[in-house]
Ligand binder design. Structure first.
Ligand code: B16
Ligand code: MG
Length: 211
């Protein structure tokens, strides 16, 4: 039914939230900013600098753009160190089996992620070279809910938006898919917002949707 399926990475293919949380927490603590899991949830699918702006909502002082960039870079260094803990064992067999089944059924598979670390994460999971295309934080100017990351993913695999299905765990991601005129499936938290064409209880449910 769909010629290509475009997957968000963090929250869909893998779960790096805890590493994002730990890395932002270290920076927030240093600056004396209150930060918890609920605030961390608001960072899903949001770019690095936009994430920092959300954290800074609770900052008492003022900060120059230069300093913001420096602290965000510091967060990324901590985050990348934490990502080294990931191994192919962190890829759930359900995700891998489902991806294989979708590919066997003839769909092209692509990544559409806001992360600039997408390729590194895929490598850690043993998925380097697995996807037909990767569109990520390095090839976009506007982040989700702007459709750019998905529109580029569709063009990288040579398919029209209406022939693509996007799989997302974040509201901003579903909005991006809709803005890009693509169908979308929600998993996890994103189910609650009621924006998706399909709501998945498990990743394997995709086999029913995409066949
Ligand atoms: P980075 P996704 C997003 O990835 C994460 O959900 C979000 O929390 C993060 O801030 C963003 O990537 C940028 O990540 O700092 O690695 O460039 O969900 O779009 O795959
Ligand atoms: Mg996500």
């Amino acid at each position: 039914k769909y010629r290509a399926i475009i997957f968000d990475l963090d929250g869909v293919i893998c779960h790096t939230d805890k590493y994002h949380y730990q890395a932002w927490k270290a920076v927030a603590d240093k600056l004396g900013i209150y930060f918890d899991e609920a605030i961390n949830n608001r960072l899903r699918g949001v770019s690095r600098m936009e994430s920092f702006e959300i954290i800074l909502e609770r900052y008492e002082g003022t900060m120059s753009e230069e300093e913001k960039v420096r602290y965000a870079a510091e967060k990324n260094e901590i985050y990348k160190e934490l990502l080294k803990n990931m191994t192919p064992g962190d890829l759930s067999p359900e995700v891998k089996d489902t991806l294989d089944a979708l590919r066997l059924a003839g769909a092209k598979l692509a990544i559409g992620s806001s992360s600039k670390n997408a390729r590194f994460i895929l490598e850690r999971l043993g998925l380097d070279g697995y996807f037909d295309a990767i569109s990520d934080g390095n090839n976009i100017t506007n982040s989700k809910p702007d459709p750019e990351v998905f529109v580029k993913a569709a063009s990288f695999v040579g398919e029209k938006p209406e022939d693509c299905l996007v799989v997302e765990d974040a509201k901003a991601g579903l909005e991006a898919a809709i803005a890009g005129k693509m169908d979308c499936a929600a998993i996890g938290d994103a189910v609650k917002c009621g924006l998706a064409d399909y709501n998945l209880e498990t990743f394997a449910d995709l086999k029913k949707v995409a066949e």
